[in-house]
Ligand binder design. Structure first.
Ligand code: AMP
Length: 144
């Protein structure tokens, strides 16, 4: 089974983040611009938390708070659960199931290498299954 670093090799290690002192409006503007569901919240190059669409729904929209006047640092989720680059796709899925989340930063020795979403993991798993089916069908038909 593939490890999560292979996903990062394909999609790259870009991680979009905002500073704890930026507003929720800044965070959701960024998320909307690049069509992503989560941003990391950092301060002085350190991961402080994570802010996702669900945080916006539960902590801002449902409470009728102003996204312009609320610091993202006040509504982010902390601590952040992360993955190791050598974690398998299956391990990451288990981690996401346990923490009921869909985004995992990938961290090695304190360095942020990238972020994977549940969509990245599902895609990798489907690609692997497709290769497996192809190999089995070659094996069965003797065309390998
Ligand atoms: P998501 O399913 O990723 O939108 O996240 C659901 C909830 O889990 C939100 O409150 C997020 O802030 C939180 N969350 C998402 N990813 C993580 C993570 N890697 N570590 C900790 N909390 C997270």
């Amino acid at each position: 089974m593939s490890v999560v670093s292979e996903i990062l090799e394909n999609k790259g290690g870009m991680v979009l983040s905002v500073d704890v002192n930026e507003s929720v409006l800044d965070a959701i503007n960024l998320m909307a611009q690049v069509n992503i569901g989560a941003v990391l919240v950092q301060h002085n190059d350190t991961i402080s938390g994570i802010f996702t669409e669900r945080d916006y729904l539960q902590k801002i929209a449902l409470k009728s708070l102003s996204s312009k006047d609320t610091r993202v640092g006040d509504v982010m989720t902390t601590p952040v659960v992360s993955a190791d680059p050598n974690d398998s796709v299956q391990q990451c899925m288990e981690t996401m199931t346990t923490c009921r989340c869909r985004h995992l930063p990938v961290v090695k020795d304190g360095n942020l290498l990238g972020i994977v979403s549940i969509g990245d993991l599902v895609k990798k798993m489907l690609d692997e299954k497709e290769i497996e089916v192809e190999q089995l069908s070659h094996y069965i038909t003797g065309t390998y």
